[in-house]
Write a protein that binds this ligand. Sequence first.
Ligand SMILES: [Cu+2]
Length: 237
Amino acid sequence: MHFFKSAAAVALLTGACVVSADTGEKGDAPVTTGNSDRVVYEAIVQSDNVKSARFNFTGTEDGVGILIQACFTGISSSQPGPYPYHVHDFVVGPNENCTATGAHLDPYLRGEVTACDAEAPETCQVGDLSGKHGKAPLEASTGTWCTSYVDKYLSLDSEDVAFIGNSRSIVVHNVNKTRIGCGNILLVSEDFASPKSYPSSNATTTSDPPIATGGATRVGASGIALGAILGVGAMLL
Ligand SMILES: [Cu+2]
């Protein structure tokens, strides 16, 4: 029998008629702990429609959740946004095939029939970053837009079903859900000496990105370079 707990069930019991958050067949996502702020993952998305979307993932000082810093640049202006983006289950396929990344990371089997309620993030698909924290707005088309937040339900522990590493990827979508760019989430450092020493700069453009070897898409770059890009986010800590 599935464990089912949601406000909807309460509503049925009380006879109320409300629209509410779904939760997973396996329940709500638990808050993750033990996420070291010395561990750094990153993902870089580049495609015909996404000039650049860079993501940096680290643990937190108290180990609760993951700090995510992201900057989006030059998403095709013919698509005014806002743009959803998510952690997907699998790596990018050959020839930058985003379809190969599969579905959203959803270990608690929540599904996506009902949209994520950002007021109840534990009920959302674990990988639904934009559902929980907001989509990338029009500014991501016209220039660069950055964001920074802690997601309490993703994990840096390879034993955790909400682990972002190994085979996961980031996919950026158009408004109509079309996949317009994707990149693998790669480990940068397991013991980054000083995660808060990223130089702060207003880096708005970078040199040509390195091409990943052995990977299926153009991903890569150094954590330091990304840190520079994301310096603004680091300053928000
Ligand atoms: Cu997605």
